[in-house]
Design a protein. Structure first.
Length: 218
């Protein structure tokens, strides 16, 4: 378990296939086959038990089985795809529009998203790829791989979210508007020298990752 500490465990082990990795592989296969794949086939292809496959499908809200007409004029309606496209219109586009309103140059903006399927599906990914350059986009399903589990390497994970949570939830907000205002105020409290210390800590974490040969470390 990643805790944010950089101390090595006594016996670092090489990374094994994680539940998150299995989830991503199964999600990808279901999407590529447009839901037309059996749990038996998923289990065989991913070296998993059928019960484990069912658990992944349950958690991801995936539906597989007899599907839509093969008539090419028939549009394949999938609520999960519409939810993913909603992520583009309601989150990514809004974010980019605000950057443009503030006259921010997109070539200097790094956009990072987590591995949630609605963020990284094959229907979703073309859009952020078209907006941000490859070197400024951190996500799954790119032409090169980023670590699936990166709390010990990722400044947003090992530092920023925890720092923000401590500031925002010092007292429980009782409305969305108060929550938004607190998030804005908390971000403004982060100072340059604090970010410089985080940057140096990030380099230390990279060195420790190399030292344990991609094994786990705290």
């Amino acid at each position: 378990m990643e805790t944010g500490s950089v101390n090595d465990r006594k016996h670092a082990r090489r990374r094994t296939v994680t539940h998150e990795e299995n989830s991503l592989m199964i999600t990808k296969q279901v999407e590529e086959n447009r839901g037309q794949v059996s749990t038996r086939q998923l289990a065989l292809d991913n070296n998993m038990s059928r019960s484990s496959v069912m658990k992944v499908l349950d958690e991801g809200g995936k539906t597989i089985g007899p599907g839509p007409s093969r008539n090419p004029t028939h549009s394949w309606h999938n609520p999960f795809i519409h939810r993913r496209l909603g992520y583009i219109s309601e989150v990514v586009d809004v974010f980019v529009d605000e950057l443009k309103t503030d006259n921010e140059d997109l070539q200097y903006i790094v956009f990072q998203q987590d591995g949630t399927s609605c963020h990284t599906s094959f229907e979703t990914m073309p859009h952020p790829k078209s907006v941000f350059s490859p070197s400024n986009l951190i996500s799954q399903n790119l032409d090169f791989g980023w670590p699936l589990r990166s709390p010990d390497l990722n400044p947003l994970d090992f530092y920023f979210w925890g720092r923000l949570r401590d500031l925002v939830f010092k007292n429980q907000p009782n409305s969305i508007e108060i929550l938004k205002n607190r998030i804005t105020a908390a971000i403004r409290e982060v100072k340059r020298d604090e970010l410089e210390r985080v940057y140096l800590n990030f380099l230390t974490r990279l060195e420790r990752c190399v030292k344990v040969e991609d094994g786990y470390f705290e």
